[in-house]
Write a protein that binds this ligand. Structure first.
Ligand code: CTP
Length: 399
C-alpha cells in the first residue's frame, strides 16, 4: 500500500469529470490513505455528497461556515490535517481563482490557508484549456509550486476531441503517490530498457525469453516519481506504461539498440533492465516455414546481436550506466565480471530464485567497491531503493 497512513484532502469542483473522483477516492482508500472530501457548490450538482461520504467514510465538507467544525473554522481545521491537497477535477474557473488567490468558498480558502502541496487535475473543454488565460493561470500555479496532472487528450463530454479530459483515476493515483516521493532525480533525462526481445525466424515464429518487463517498468516508474524525464524502450510485454513515461515499443534487439542509440547521447542516466536476446536467426524467412514429410528438422543458424549496454557505456559522453544481470548460478562471480566487461559503474544482480513474472524480487548491488544486498520485496519498492542509490552516485559525480 503506497499511501499507508497518508491524509489527503480531495477538492472536487464542478465538472462532469467529478464522477471520476468518486473512483479516485476508492483507489486512495485502497492504497491506505484517509481522504477528506471537500465539494464546491457546483460539484455537488454533478455528484452528491452522499456518494463521497460513503466512499471516504467521512462527512463531506462544502460550507465555509460549517457548524460541525469547532469555531466554524473548517478551512483551518481541514487544512491542518492534510498532507496533500488534490483538486480533481479542477475546472478552468477553479484554476483561475486559485492562480489569483481568491478565497470565496471553503475549497479556495483552504488552498490559501493550507500551506500544503497542491496537485490539480484540470478538466475542461479543449478550447478553454488552450485559451491564453488558462495557460497563464496554469503557468502561475506551477510557478507557485503546484503540480498539474494532465489533462489527457481524447473524446470530451462536449463531443469534441482534444486535450482537456481529466486524467484517469489510476493515472492520477500514480501522480498522487509520486507527490510523496523525494525528487532525487529532478529533471534527469533517463532512458530505460525493459522486457524481452523477440527475434523473428519467420512471420509467425521467433526466439524470445520469459522476461515480463515488470522490473524495468518499476524502474521507469520509480525514476519518474523521483522527478526524472523518462523514456522507456520496451520489448513486447503485456504491461501498461507508467503514467507520464514516454514509451517506445520495439520487437528485436536490433530495434532496441537503434532506439536506444538514437537517444543515448541526450540521456544523463541509462538503466538497462531488458533481457536482450544474445543471438538472432542469421536469416529471417519472408514466409512461414512449412514442414515436409521425410525432411530432417531444419537447423537455425544464429548470429550475435549488438550489446546495447556496452555500446552506450562506450560512448564518448556516456550517461551514467546501470546494468542488470540474471544469473542462474555463481551470481557474485558472474555479476562482478559482467560489470567490468560491460564497463558500467553499477550492476544489479537478480538473486530471486525465479523472478520472471513475479511482483517480488531480491537484488544485489555490484560496484567498484564490491557488492551488497539492496533488499528483497516488491519490485516497485526495490526500484525506488535503486533510484535512491543511483541519485546518490549521480550527485557525487559531475552531471
Ligand atoms: N544487455 C544489453 N544488450 C545485450 C545483452 C545484454 O544491453 N545484447 C544488457 C542487459 O539489459 C543487462 C546486462 O546487459 O543490463 C546484462 O545482461 P545479461 O543478459 O545478464 O548479460 P549478457 O551480456 O547476455 O551475458 P551472459 O549471456 O554471458 O550472461
Amino acid at each position: 500500500m503506497d499511501l499507508q497512513g497518508r491524509h489527503i484532502l480531495l477538492g472536487v469542483t464542478g465538472g462532469i469529470a467529478a464522477y471520476k473522483s468518486a473512483e479516485l477516492v476508492r483507489l486512495l482508500i485502497k492504497e491506505g490513505a484517509t481522504v477528506q472530501v471537500v465539494l464546491t457548490e457546483a460539484a455537488s450538482r454533478f455528484v452528491g455528497a452522499a456518494t463521497f461520504q460513503a466512499l471516504s467514510g467521512r462527512p463531506v465538507h462544502g460550507d465555509l461556515w460549517d457548524a460541525r467544525v469547532p469555531d466554524s473554522m473548517a478551512h483551518i481545521a481541514l487544512a491542518r490535517e492534510a498532507e496533500l491537497i488534490v483538486v480533481a477535477p479542477a475546472t478552468a474557473h477553479t484554476l483561475a481563482r486559485a492562480a489569483n488567490g481568491l478565497a470565496d468558498d471553503l475549497l479556495s480558502t483552504l488552498l490559501l490557508a493550507a500551506g500544503k502541496p497542491v496537485l490539480y487535475a484540470p478538466a475542461m473543454n479543449r478550447e478553454m484549456w488552450q485559451h491564453p488565460a488558462t495557460r497563464r493561470n496554469v503557468a502561475r500555479l506551477r510557478a507557485d509550486g503546484a503540480w498539474i496532472s494532465g489533462p489527457a487528450a481524447g473524446e470530451q463530454a462536449c463531443g469534441e476531441i482534444g486535450e482537456g479530459r481529466m486524467v484517469e483515476p489510476e493515472d492520477l493515483l500514480q501522480d498522487i503517490v509520486a507527490a510523496f516521493q523525494p525528487k532525487v532525480l529532478a529533471g534527469v533525462r533517463t532512458l530505460v530498457t525493459a522486457g524481452p526481445t523477440f527475434e523473428a525466424i519467420d512471420p509467425v515464429r521467433g526466439l524470445t525469453n520469459r522476461s515480463s518487463g515488470k522490473m524495468g517498468y518499476a524502474v521507469a516508474r520509480a525514476a519518474r516519481e523521483a522527478g526524472a524525464e523518462v523514456t522507456l524502450v520496451s520489448g513486447p510485454t503485456a504491461l501498461a506504461a507508467p503514467f507520464g513515461v514516454e514509451r517506445i515499443d520495439v520487437t528485436s534487439a536490433q530495434q532496441m539498440h537503434d532506439a536506444v542509440m538514437a537517444r543515448a547521447a541526450q540521456a544523463q542516466l541509462f538503466v538497462a533492465t531488458a533481457a536482450v536476446a544474445d543471438w538472432r536467426p542469421a536469416q529471417t524467412f519472408a514466409h512461414k516455414q512449412k514442414k515436409r514429410d521425410g525432411e530432417p528438422a531444419p537447423a537455425i543458424a544464429l548470429q550475435p546481436n549488438p550489446d546495447i549496454l556496452a555500446g552506450v557505456a562506450a560512448l564518448p559522453s556516456a550517461p551514467f550506466c546501470v546494468g542488470f544481470a540474471a544469473e542462474s548460478e555463481q551470481l557474485v562471480a558472474h555479476a562482478a565480471a559482467k560489470r567490468e566487461r560491460k564497463g558500467v559503474p553499477l550492476l544489479v544482480g537478480n538473486i530471486g530464485p525465479d523472478t520472471f513474472g513475479s511482483d517480488d524480487n531480491a537484488l544485489e548491488l555490484f560496484d567498484a567497491d564490491g557488492h551488497r544486498p539492496l533488499g528483497r520485496g516488491r519490485k516497485l519498492m526495490l526500484a525506488r531503493a535503486l533510484v535512491a542509490e543511483i541519485a546518490r552516485r549521480l550527485s557525487g559525480a559531475a552531471r
